[in-house]
Ligand binder design. Structure first.
Ligand code: SB7
Ligand code: NI
Length: 184
């Protein structure tokens, strides 16, 4: 079971590497790791389990965050319209995105970052991604708003990018150009 002791924290180089594509079909081990990543998210959102094992709640997790430099992400959340997203994905890729941007008015956090980093993180308002799910079906997802933000945060981890890399240096609360707020 993945717990906080498995979560790699900022400063470790694996978080700054470009993760490798998973050769498909994935190995049994790769499939199991991805399943465990998704289980971590579910456990972390279950009050009792989270308390028992001291899990910090997360809506997403990327393999580099458990020290594995491979292109695998898990997400588990509901958007502000109660639409559910629960996926373990191999080789996710943004195939198109809007010009328009958005940002969470409360900023972002990260399981690999043990501090608050204030500021707006500009993200594309809409993205289309392609990936392979846990059953190895190729899927295409059209995402907007909060869902688009979460997937961009996770795919950034596969490219060695942290959320705060996007925050404006001098004034963290500069409204990004072409952007409207995404409110929680
Ligand atoms: C706020 C939080 C997340 C994504 C977008 C906005 C995910 C936090 C958990 N992670 O560190 C996943 O990489
Ligand atoms: Ni993160």
């Amino acid at each position: 079971m993945i717990t906080m002791k498995d979560i790699v924290r900022e400063g470790e180089t694996v978080l700054r590497e470009v993760a490798k594509e998973v050769q498909l079909p994935p190995s049994e081990e790769e499939k199991q790791i991805l399943a465990e990543m998704l289980t971590y998210l579910k456990n972390s959102q279950d009050e009792e389990i989270a308390k028992k094992y001291n899990l910090r709640a997360g809506v997403g997790l990327a393999a580099p965050q458990i020290g594995i430099s491979k292109r695998m992400i898990a997400v588990h959340f509901e958007d502000f319209n109660d639409k559910k997203y629960s996926y373990g994905l191999f080789n996710p890729k943004i195939v198109s995105h809007s010009v328009a941007k958005t940002y969470l008015s409360g900023g972002e956090g990260c399981l690999s970052v043990d501090r608050e980093v204030p500021g707006y993180v500009p993200r594309y308002e809409k993205i289309t991604i392609k990936a392979f799910d846990q059953d190895l079906n190729e899927i295409k997802l059209k995402l907007k708003g909060y869902a688009a933000i979460v997937f961009q945060h996770e795919i950034d981890h596969l490219n060695g990018v942290m959320f705060y890399d996007h925050i404006h240096q001098d004034n963290p609360f500069t409204i990004p150009e072409n952007a409207t707020a995404c409110d929680a």
